[in-house]
Design a protein around this ligand. Structure first.
Ligand SMILES: [Zn+2]
Length: 508
């Protein structure tokens, strides 16, 4: 999404959030979960031993095990069938699976929704609880995100690793002004550029300066002069969402209805998927071939538009009962003033179109993957009924629906994401010498990707039904985070802010 990062902020909101984040940190340091595990939530041991895990390596190899994994000072030091070593903390992974932490290549950090404050720790906990250990922010409050990035790297906050991209767009003006803006991005420490809404001359200037400055690039292509073809020719590293790809395979320009107003989100989003139906299928294959040849990755964010194909389901996801912050709840109410809340006058016909267009979009994605294209996973949550982290797990499920095997999907979410973000030599695999970003999962994600969702799954055994699944531990940089504890904190934040919201509405 592209407008959330423009939202209002206030100093009171900032102060509120910092206090809440600090409380969450202090409160969580004491927790030692029940069971045989001696690891302590949010405390970094110098030696952490994970015992008897089935291992999903990350790059498509079949699972193997059981194996012991020794983590020393945040690095995977050894993996062997049995490691008779002493450790400060032990996690018993008998019957569990260990896989690399997930990479979210498209997300945004939000301290408010629609002007209502939301503690940043809420979003951090949700991402970690859904297995996300590395994030790429595609536009946000740049200075604050850079500060959090440093704090996360220094193990000072409970949060995933972060990369922070700088937004450059048509509004930056002349090609010289755009080049100056790209140089400023480099000076201020941007990890890359998110390019949005440009004409061809502006794009050429942006890409030339990005190359000169050694900055990575990604893009959200609007329906406009440049398409995926231009971006691939000029060497962009990745393309976000579905935009721009089918556009490059049209006979001429798009033919939306004459009354189309792209600023009206009901109009824009009710027809947004339509370009895949308008595209020439043979030309579309050529565009995909070009992307593969130029090594352009695709971060499709299938999950962020999913409400468009079943809005009633999206409004009633069962985990919203305990975990939907009141700021998000209000923001998701149909309202054209809130980006992505376009369900004002939404019709069955609009939904039916989206269902058909999703299939075309997924077919293009599958073809791209089969040609050798690099696919990553992003959720873009905080808009359109998508909840942070839950959206990323849903992204994995939808990539399976597109036609990929779960093992392939996990590669998209681990190895591919880490490689795109320039960290493939130290993250994304359960490999000796790699940084210890690992998930200890209650179940086998290859059997059911849904086990990664912290809401869990129903388990039927010996004629009895119980709740199961979920990640037990998300380990980032060698620090174990106990997922049920993270989610308990999320619920406490939601409960407290729901009470405040009630006070606000009953005392006008
Ligand atoms: Zn976005």
């Amino acid at each position: 999404m592209v407008r959330g990062w423009l939202a209002r902020r206030s100093t009171t909101l900032v102060a509120f959030t910092i206090t809440f984040g600090a409380l969450a940190l202090v409160g969580s340091a004491q927790v030692r979960p029940a069971g045989r595990d001696t690891a302590v939530h949010a405390r970094k041991p110098s030696r952490l031993l994970i015992r008897r895990a089935m291992v999903i390596y990350g790059n498509g190899k079949p699972p193997y095990g059981p194996m012991d994994i020794l983590v020393q000072d945040g690095v995977i030091a050894n993996i062997a069938p049995s490691l008779p070593v002493e450790a400060d903390a032990v996690i018993d992974a008998t019957g569990k699976y260990v896989m690399p932490g997930l990479v979210d290549t498209h997300m945004h950090w939000h301290e408010e929704r629609g002007g209502i404050p939301m503690p940043i720790q809420y979003e951090r906990n949700l991402y970690l609880a859904n297995g996300v250990t590395l994030t790429r922010e595609n536009g946000g409050n740049f200075a604050r995100s850079k500060q959090w990035q440093a704090e996360s790297a220094a193990d000072q906050i409970v949060a995933p690793r972060m990369q922070v991209y700088w937004v450059v767009a048509r509004g930056n003006g002349t090609t010289e002004a755009i080049r100056a803006n790209v140089r400023e991005a480099k000076t201020r420490g941007a990890d890359g550029l998110k390019i949005f809404g440009m004409d061809r001359d502006q794009l050429e200037a942006t890409m030339a300066e990005a190359k000169a400055q050694g900055l990575k690039t990604t893009t959200h292509i609007a329906v406009e002069e440049v398409t995926a073809k231009d971006f691939a020719e000029l060497g962009v590293d990745s393309i976000e969402h579905f935009y721009g790809i089918a556009d490059a395979a049209l006979d001429g320009v798009q033919h939306f209805p004459a009354e189309m107003n792209y600023s009206n989100e009901l109009m824009r989003f009710s027809r947004a998927g339509e370009l895949y139906a308008q595209a020439d299928p043979a030309k579309l294959e050529q565009v995909l071939d070009l992307m593969v040849a130029r090594k352009v990755a695709w971060s499709p964010t299938l999950s962020i538009y999913e409400a468009s194909r079943d809005v009633v389901k999206a409004q009633n996801l069962p985990w919203y009962r305990d975990y939907l912050h009141p700021a998000l709840q209000a923001f998701f109410e149909p309202n054209l003033a809130n980006h992505g809340s376009y369900f004002t006058g939404w019709t069955n016909t609009m939904e039916v179109r989206w269902k058909q267009q999703y299939r075309l979009w997924m077919d293009a994605l599958l073809s791209f993957g089969h040609k050798g294209g690099v696919i990553t996973t992003g959720d873009d949550a905080g808009f359109i009924h998508s909840l942070y982290g839950f959206g990323l797990v849903r992204e994995l499920e939808l990539q399976e629906e597109a036609g990929f095997y779960p093992l392939d999907v996990i590669k998209h979410g681990t190895v591919n994401g880490a490689t795109l973000l320039g960290m493939g030599d130290k993250l994304g695999r359960v490999r000796q010498g790699y940084l210890a970003d690992l998930l200890v999962v209650n179940g086998n994600p290859l059997e059911n990707l849904r086990v990664l969702n912290p809401y869990g799954i129903d388990v039927y055994k010996d004629g009895r039904m119980s709740r199961g699944g979920g990640i037990e531990w998300t380990i980032k940089n060698g620090i174990p985070y106990h997922v049920p504890t993270l989610m308990k904190e999320v619920k406490a934040m939601v409960d407290a802010d729901r009470k405040k919201a009630e006070v606000r509405t009953t005392n006008p």
